[in-house]
Write a protein that binds this ligand. Structure first.
Ligand code: IDP
Ligand code: MG
Length: 150
């Protein structure tokens, strides 16, 4: 099982799309093992986006992600990384496939609604950046699991 960190970004929360976005991950079969509403601190935002520190859009990206509350989720599933990124869609919403979150609800790269981890290693690290061990319910029994996982 892989873990991925999903961030429902400030634009999505402000636009009332939180439920719509959660619904898509739930329907996909990904298991929610942690979820909370929070206002990300500048320190945590800079840590989360550290790989982009040298990019010209870094300052704007940090301002965007700390501009208002977000909903963060830790999801678990087989191939959770690739599945969640496909559900989110391409980074640039204008190029994202219709049917994806960004392809259905976004237009601009700086307002692209959701984050998903890009590798199993980063999934583990990012989940740990946002959730304490006691906030993660990895072992909870979901009765439909045998109809989702082979
Ligand atoms: P991802 O979110 O699809 O994984 P990354 O390349 O990891 O995309 O970039 C992280 C975030 O930085 C993007 O989701 C987007 O919000 C922002 N970003 C990336 N490239 C640009 C850009 O060229 N201009 C403005 N923001 C950008
Ligand atoms: Mg990324």
């Amino acid at each position: 099982m892989e873990r991925t960190l999903i961030i429902i970004k400030p634009d999505a929360v402000q636009r009332g799309l939180t439920g719509e976005i959660i619904k898509r991950f739930e329907a996909r079969g990904l298991k929610i093992i942690g979820m909370k509403l929070l206002h990300i601190s500048r320190e945590l935002a800079e840590k989360h986006y550290d790989v982009h520190r040298e990019r010209p859009f870094f300052a704007g990206l940090v301002e965007y992600i700390i501009s208002a509350p977000v909903v963060v989720m830790a999801l678990e599933g087989s191939d959770a990384i690739a599945a969640a990124r496909a559900t989110i869609g391409a980074t640039k919403p204008s190029e994202a496939a219709a049917g994806s979150i960004r392809g259905d609800f976004g237009l601009e790269i700086g307002r692209n609604l959701a984050h998903g981890s890009d590798s199993p290693e980063n999934g583990e690290l990012e989940v740990a950046n946002f959730f304490s061990e006691s906030e993660l319910l990895s072992g909870w029994r979901r009765d439909v699991d045998r109809w989702v996982f082979e």
